[in-house]
Design a protein around this ligand. Structure first.
Ligand code: MLT
Length: 431
């Protein structure tokens, strides 16, 4: 690494010569060397399946330090936002870059409440899907279709249209989610109530009149608000990277977010919180024998995975899981018959963290490990868990799509490859 006074560089030495590459330094001192000239200058590309070692962009939205377990949105630590903010305030911060003034937050909230209703044709479209269709499939379809109903907000080149699409997506995603859920249980949809705040309105549209136990309901509203804060953004995760890739072609925000929802649906990404509950159910089926389950996980012949543990970025602990674990305990303490799956989750975490097989592999509980237990305690079925993840992640998807749109360095995503197929051969012809 050399510093020519103007810009640090790293030097790539290869058989054909050497190539200086600009070395960039991030806010927190992290480094990346830029390879955008490498193919033209040295006739080589880089190979990095899954992009685990590749920075796709420069971003100001979220900072993660995987070794130290740090997560900050626009510089604010997740712990401070979790303790004192609200999901709507965090959504505004993530999207616009600064905390809203009180008047701005009030206007933001009122705009979303006033636009929460769905067009009747969109409701009819959702009603036409099979009742047993997975909610994430319907969510992605409905979000993509918003572009058909609000064609005056689909031009990524028009700042006013981008702001309108931003507001409409935030306003309508919870209503779409609740409508999908009500259909899945054969209940009539509940229209949004403009007098309720964002999270309370969603819970009421989902469950109808809340449980009637005001204290428990307010605890559920607080819990879901916190879970949405914790999910609001996570830099270049698979679904956000997908939103950026699709948006890089100048596709609409609706189409880009719809693609992100499909990426989140995957069990290796957002589907993990559903997979955690299924794993806990499997352990319950073993009579709660956590040791037997962990033995299966360690057995290479078995395909049993320890879901909700480990993370591509966090190598010690996921700071979000600490916030969620405390919340889970608070909710389940309130319940007359606490969910035994939470007890199983605590037992599983304790055994795994005491076992060097898992700690040596940096397998610690992540954000998905406890979130499903809380969603279940609120009454959500497992197939709605990833929908809740999507509602939380929507501000992050929007923020990254908007940031890329204004980034002068942004280009259409078009990776290269290393071809390892057949060399040229002749077509034998057909007699
Ligand atoms: C997320 O929050 O998106 C998940 O932790 C996955 C990730 O960041 O890769």
């Amino acid at each position: 690494m050399s510093d020519d006074g103007k810009q640090s560089t790293v030097e790539l030495r290869y058989e054909g010569g050497t190539q200086p590459l600009p070395l960039l330094t991030g806010t927190e001192g992290e480094h990346a060397f830029e390879v955008k000239t490498l193919l033209a200058a040295a006739g080589m590309t880089t190979l990095d399946p899954g992009f685990a070692n590749t920075a796709a962009c420069q971003s100001e939205i979220t900072f993660i330090d995987g070794e130290a377990g740090i997560l900050r949105y626009r510089g604010y630590p997740i712990q401070e936002l979790a303790a004192g903010s609200s999901f709507l305030e965090v959504a505004y911060l993530v999207i616009h870059g600064e905390l809203p003034e009180p008047g701005q937050l009030k206007e933001f909230s009122e705009q979303l409440q006033a636009n929460a209703a769905l067009p009747p044709e969109l409701r009819a479209m959702l009603d036409a899907f099979p009742r047993n269709a997975h909610p994430m499939t319907l969510l992605a379809s409905a979000v993509n279709t918003l572009g058909a109903f609000y064609a005056d907000s689909t031009d990524p080149g028009d700042a006013e249209q981008v702001d309108r699409a931003t507001m409409l997506l935030l306003a309508k995603l919870p209503t779409i989610a609740a409508h999908i859920y009500r259909n899945s249980i054969g209940e009539a949809p509940v229209a949004p109530d403009e007098s309720l705040d964002y999270v309370e309105n969603f819970l009421r549209m989902t469950f109808g009149e809340l449980s009637g136990e005001a204290e428990l309901d307010s605890l559920f509203v607080k819990a879901l608000d916190l879970l949405l804060i914790l999910h609001a953004d996570h830099e270049q995760n698979c679904s956000t990277a997908t939103v950026r890739v699709v948006g890089s072609s100048q596709a609409s925000l609706y189409g880009s977010v719809s693609a992100g929802i499909n990426a989140l649906f995957g069990p290796l990404h957002g589907g993990a919180n559903q997979a955690v509950l299924e794993m806990l159910e499997e352990i319950r089926g073993l009579g709660g024998d956590v040791d037997a389950f962990l033995a299966k996980v360690k057995d290479k012949q078995s395909k049993t995975r320890l879901m909700g543990f480990g993370h591509r970025v966090y190598k010690n602990f996921d700071p979000r899981s600490k916030e969620i674990k405390g919340l889970a305990a608070e909710i389940l303490d309130r319940q007359e018959n606490p969910d035994e799956l939470f007890e199983l989750a605590l037992k599983l975490e304790g055994k795994a963290l005491a076992d060097s097989y898992f700690t040596d592999r940096k397998l610690y509980p992540n954000v998905d490990f406890y979130s499903g237990v809380i969603y279940r305690a609120m009454g959500f079925p497992t197939n709605m868990f990833t929908v809740l993840f999507a509602i939380g992640r929507l501000p992050g998807w929007i923020a990254h799509w908007r940031e890329q749109r204004l980034d002068p360095a942004a280009r259409i995503a078009r990776p290269r490859q290393l071809y390892v197929g057949h060399a040229q051969r002749s077509y034998p012809g057909r007699v």
